[in-house]
Write a protein that binds this ligand. Structure first.
Ligand code: HEC
Length: 258
């Protein structure tokens, strides 16, 4: 703990204080008012809607997606709540965005880039189909997801970069709630990362995906940025999804974040 705090101190002026439980992040009164308003009317809803339209027009909507995934339309929401998954015909543990890309290729269409706004919208829409479902990732389902979980855990725990920090340096149970440069360190299970991203990020005024958010922390903490869609990145998503599953969290897309 002490060592962690010392290395964090290099990151700049840091005020340590304990916050009231339930307080997710520090904001000015004006920002808090805006947050409350946006909770009622999340600006990302429009992207989710747009994502649904693109999916429908470009790929044949939920029906085509369910068929591709070999599940019934009725079971699709529950199935989506378990991603990332090992998909046999893709031969890999993948995210929903990669499934959509393979569908595009199968239908002879141009692949939408994983990093594009269009893909973020489609991903948000598909994940929103699972709203109110419990996060149900099963890391024991097969050897591939088991391996991905193990890689994700290692990636999460391994200190990297100039400051020797890992994700866990800032997000471990014994440090969460403390404040780094005015921002409380969140427990990634408690804030249900796997259930709330894609989210509207107020500070970026845009829809962001979980992997994009992970990259934000990597940049800030000077960890080498892992590419979106890479094996390590998916593994990290797998590991972080288990943190929310353990806390019995549900899917609620789009999230709203600072
Ligand atoms: C130097 C400390 C630090 C490190 C290292 C760090 N984070 Fe963070 N992280 C933060 C802080 C502070 C916030 C809250 C910032 C905010 O609210 O804007 C945060 C927020 C997040 C969130 C958003 C949580 C939410 O509200 O949904 C995710 C996801 C996240 N981090 C993932 C990671 C991952 C993955 C790593 C490792 C690659 C990592 N972080 C490494 C400090 C860190």
């Amino acid at each position: 703990m002490r060592k962690v705090l010392l290395s964090l101190a290099f990151l700049g002026t840091m005020a340590m204080l304990q916050l009231n439980a339930g307080e997710q992040f520090a904001m000015s009164d004006a920002d808090r008012a805006m947050y409350t308003e946006m909770l009622e009317n999340n600006p990302a809803e429009i992207y989710v809607e747009e994502g649904g339209e693109i999916l429908e027009e470009a790929l044949g909507g939920e029906e085509a997606l369910a068929k591709f995934l070999e599940v019934s339309e009725k079971d699709l929401p529950k199935y989506i709540a378990g991603f990332p998954r090992y998909i046999k015909k893709l031969g890999n543990v993948v995210g929903i965005d990669q499934v959509l890309q393979v569908m595009q290729v199968e239908q002879g269409k141009k692949k939408t880039k994983l990093k594009s706004g269009k893909m973020f919208s489609m991903l948000a829409y598909v994940k929103s189909l699972a709203n109110d479902e419990l996060i149900n990732i099963d890391v024991e389902a097969d050897e591939h997801i088991k391996a991905s979980y193990a890689l994700g855990k290692t990636t999460y725990l391994t200190a990297r970069g100039g400051r020797g920090l890992s994700c866990n340096s800032c997000h471990s149970a014994d440090i969460v709630g403390q404040v780094l440069r005015t921002q409380p360190l969140p427990d990634l299970g408690e804030v249900a990362v796997a259930g709330t991203w894609p989210a509207y990020r107020m500070t970026k005024s845009s829809l962001r995906t979980p992997q994009r958010r992970f990259q934000g922390c990597m940049k800030n903490a000077l960890l080498k940025v892992i590419p979106i869609g890479s094996k390590e990145m998916i593994a990290l998503e797998v590991y972080i999804a288990t943190l929310a599953k353990e806390k019995g969290k549900k899917i609620a897309i789009p999230g709203l974040k600072r």
